[in-house]
Design a protein around this ligand. Structure first.
Ligand code: URA
Length: 225
């Protein structure tokens, strides 16, 4: 409404005997501009990232995959060669094991759940050279994006896969063996720590495999019961 229209509008009500007008209150629940986040917006903000040295060797940035409304989010360490080639997390051997673990445990426990129902991402979005552990500064730069992903999805629980994910989410330096099978928190969201699937692929870690299935069972029942 332009000022002239407003003047005539107010004159109309004045002529009808209305002495006071009030501006309508703003809605109580507002999404202030800039605070409404989505996975799409986060991906756009990351862009063709050069914020840390990991961009130098990457082929594809690996953002995350799965259901934006997932009740369970898995966080790994960083992309490997297959993920770097495809731009999708956990698609190599470790990824196949993770898929088997999710779907196999769910089926055994009578929970109708497929990999596509959860959300999967990593602490760092670009592959570290030779699959080395991400450096603290690389994790720090990328952590803002992981935090935004978790805040957008707001899952009922997070599963931290391995020591790097546990360190990034919980700020704890303890080894996975000490942390696994227990609940912690990222902000107010419960976090279950378990072994990284790559660790479970090593033939001498069969006992850990059993423990990882137990951890996952616990997480699935917590989320889906
Ligand atoms: N290992 C990870 O930590 N993340 C992947 O996406 C693949 C392997």
């Amino acid at each position: 409404m332009n000022p002239e229209q407003l003047r005539r509008y107010l004159e109309f009500y004045r002529d009808m005997g209305v002495k006071t007008v009030y501006r309508r209150e703003k809605p109580v629940v507002q999404a202030p501009a800039g605070e409404f986040d989505t996975l799409e917006r986060i991906r756009a903000d990351i862009g063709d990232c050069t914020r840390c040295r990991l961009h130098q060797g990457r082929h594809k940035l690996v953002f995350g995959v799965g259901n934006e409304q997932a009740r369970l989010v898995f966080v790994g360490e960083g992309p490997g060669a297959d993920e770097d080639a495809q731009g999708i997390p956990f698609v190599g051997r470790a990824g196949q094991l993770l898929t088997q673990m999710i779907e196999g445990t769910a089926k055994k426990e009578g929970i109708p759940l497929l990999r596509a129902d959860v959300y999967i991402c990593n602490v760092v979005k670009c592959r570290p050279p030779e699959n080395r552990t991400p450096e603290p500064d690389e994790m720090e730069v990328c952590s803002q994006f992981l935090a935004r992903q978790l805040e957008v999805i707001r899952p009922k629980a997070i599963c931290a896969l391995g020591g790097t994910a546990a360190r990034a989410l919980l700020g704890r330096k303890d080894g996975v063996t000490r942390l696994r099978g227990n609940w912690f928190r990222w902000r107010d969201i419960p976090v279950m720590v378990t072994y990284h699937p790559s660790y479970l692929l090593r033939p001498y870690n069969q006992n850990a495999k059993r423990e990882a299935w137990e951890d996952l069972k616990k997480a699935l029942h917590f989320v889906y019961d």
